[in-house]
Design a binder for this molecule. Structure first.
Ligand code: NAP
Length: 311
């Protein structure tokens, strides 16, 4: 029987995905029909971006799964009309690799204090070297697919890495802590903090006045996770007091970041426009096609979202 797959995303995404998704589905050997429009009662799978026209899943009576194109699912996870399994994007080759490169680059920028030399209008011959990576503790909040991959890269560069997650996630060579009680231990004396948590009710304002105060003075914050993970007022105050030396922020409560937001003009803040890691159509299409094939062959779905946990 033909598997009907609805691609439900903004039209510009279809331009990016039509060819790679068709090729990836062809490679599975499945009999399938991939379209941007179907009668809802004919659809088996929806490849989904939350900002699309499909917001009511009730008419999709034979739906087997919704496959979110992004790693973050906060835009769909609370949709009460969705009663079938929801998967999220886990793609080592594309999304994860992109995040590893972005995080490593920004960690190295802060670690090597590159700005001192790149922005040097006074032509100052400042010969003081940065420490070696072994003396620059990095803490990663959120130790899942992306956090662990970044940890591996940073470990290979010699950084002492600490990871924090909801449930224990031991990893060779990394100090790990879990749960609310583990957070102060994970943050204590960290010089660089990377946020790779999902946006849920439990993770909102993970970095606030109290937790920012636990970091080493002058620590750098790198947030490619989600905007609500940080109490913005507390971060601005900590930047102004010198408790935090710099914040590199890729994600915000409101995106695009409004022009009058204080982050834009703050001398100790780097704003990047939610580009830490995009879902890459080629590799993501292979992940989606393989997941559909696995489910159709009775193996079940990979990368399932825990709806009660919100990620
Ligand atoms: P993941 O595999 O689900 O990992 C999430 C991690 O956060 C897990 O370790 C989880 O703990 C931990 N966590 C969740 N709630 C927690 C809590 N209340 N307390 C402590 N730890 C908690 O997700 P991922 O694939 O690594 O992606 C992480 C996030 O990155 C996404 O949700 C998205 O927001 C963001 N992202 C951003 C971009 C970008 O371009 N800026 C791109 C991709 C993803 P457990 O291990 O115990 O479950």
């Amino acid at each position: 029987m033909t598997v009907n797959i609805l691609f439900a995303a903004q039209p510009d995404r279809w331009v990016q995905y039509e060819t790679p998704l068709t090729e990836a589905l062809n490679a599975t050997g499945l009999a399938y029909d991939l379209r941007t429009e179907f009668a809802p009662q004919e659809v088996d799978y929806i490849v989904y971006a939350p900002n699309c026209a499909v917001q009511d899943f009730t008419p999709y009576t034979r739906l087997k799964a919704v496959m979110n194109l992004w790693a973050g699912v906060e835009g769909v996870v609370k949709n009460e009309t969705l009663t079938v399994p929801l998967t999220r994007m886990v793609d080592e080759e594309g999304l994860t690799q992109g995040m590893v490169e972005w995080v490593t680059g920004h960690v190295l920028r802060h670690h090597l204090e590159m700005d001192r030399h790149i922005v040097n209008p006074g032509h100052i011959w400042d010969h003081s070297p940065p420490p070696l990576s072994k003396d620059r503790p990095v803490t990663i909040l959120g130790f899942g697919a992306l956090g662990q991959a970044c940890a591996t890269a940073l470990l290979n560069l010699g950084f002492p890495v600490t990871g924090w997650s909801r449930s224990p996630k031991p990893m060779q060579g990394v100090t790990t802590h879990a749960g609310t009680d583990g957070l102060p231990k994970a943050l204590s004396d960290a010089q660089i903090v990377v946020l790779l948590l999902p946006a849920t009710a439990a993770t909102e304002n993970t970095l606030n006045a109290d937790t920012l105060a636990l970091l080493a003075k002058g620590a750098a914050i790198i947030n490619p996770g989600r905007g609500p993970l940080i109490d913005d007022s507390a971060l601005l105050a900590a930047l102004d007091s010198g408790q935090i030396g710099h914040a590199t922020l890729d994600v915000f409560r409101v995106e695009p970041l409004p022009q009058d937001d204080p982050y834009w003009a703050h001398p100790k803040v780097t704003v990047t426009p939610h580009i830490a890691s995009e879902t890459r159509p080629d590799s993501a299409s292979r992940v989606i096609a393989e997941n559909i094939r696995g489910n159709e062959s009775g193996k079940g779905l990979l990368h399932l979202v825990d709806r009660s946990a919100g990620y």
